[in-house]
Structures are given as structure tokens and as C-alpha cells.
Design a protein around this ligand. Structure first.
Ligand SMILES: [Zn+2]
Length: 88
């Protein structure tokens, strides 16, 4: 059975998650200097990378950031390789 938390005890982790999703907000929607960042869920790590990307996209499309980004970019969190750039 897949673990729900990483070794740090988190359900989504900047160190351990496979994927990182960055919302590049349009400037008028920025409330801080930082763009929102999401990490893929540890409980989903046993799925394929393509499935994880789809899960993150589906969640992003239901987020408060829809219509407020120039784009979103999904990176492989361990290598920082860009996997997908799109908009929501
Ligand atoms: Zn961790």
C-alpha cells in the first residue's frame, strides 16, 4: 500500500514530491512577490508521471487561480526539468 506521507511527515513536500507546479500569476493578481507553488501528493507517487501531471492539472483547473495566470509550469521536482507549460 502506498504511503500517504513522506519521510518528513508531509502529504506534499518540497523535498520529496515528484512534481512541482508553479502558477505564474498575472501581475494584477499578485499579492506577494512569490508565485504559488504546489507539490504533487505523496500518496499518488506510485502513479506514472503522466498520471501525476493530469491530477495536478485537474486540481489547478479547480483552483482560485483560474484566469489569473500567464501560464502554469510543471517541473520534475527532483531535477527541475520542465515537463509542461500551459494555461488554465
Ligand atoms: Zn519530504
Amino acid at each position: 500500500m502506498a504511503s500517504k506521507k513522506c519521510k518528513c511527515g508531509k502529504s506534499a513536500c518540497s523535498n520529496c514530491s515528484q512534481l512541482k507546479l508553479v502558477f505564474l500569476l498575472k501581475h494584477q493578481f499578485k499579492t506577494t512577490d512569490h508565485n504559488p507553488v504546489w507539490y504533487s501528493f505523496i500518496k499518488e507517487e506510485t502513479k506514472s508521471t503522466q498520471a501525476l501531471i493530469q491530477y495536478m492539472l485537474n486540481r489547478a483547473k479547480n483552483s482560485p487561480y483560474v484566469g489569473k495566470t500567464n501560464c502554469i509550469i510543471i517541473y520534475h521536482n527532483q531535477t527541475n526539468k520542465q515537463l509542461l507549460k500551459t494555461n488554465i
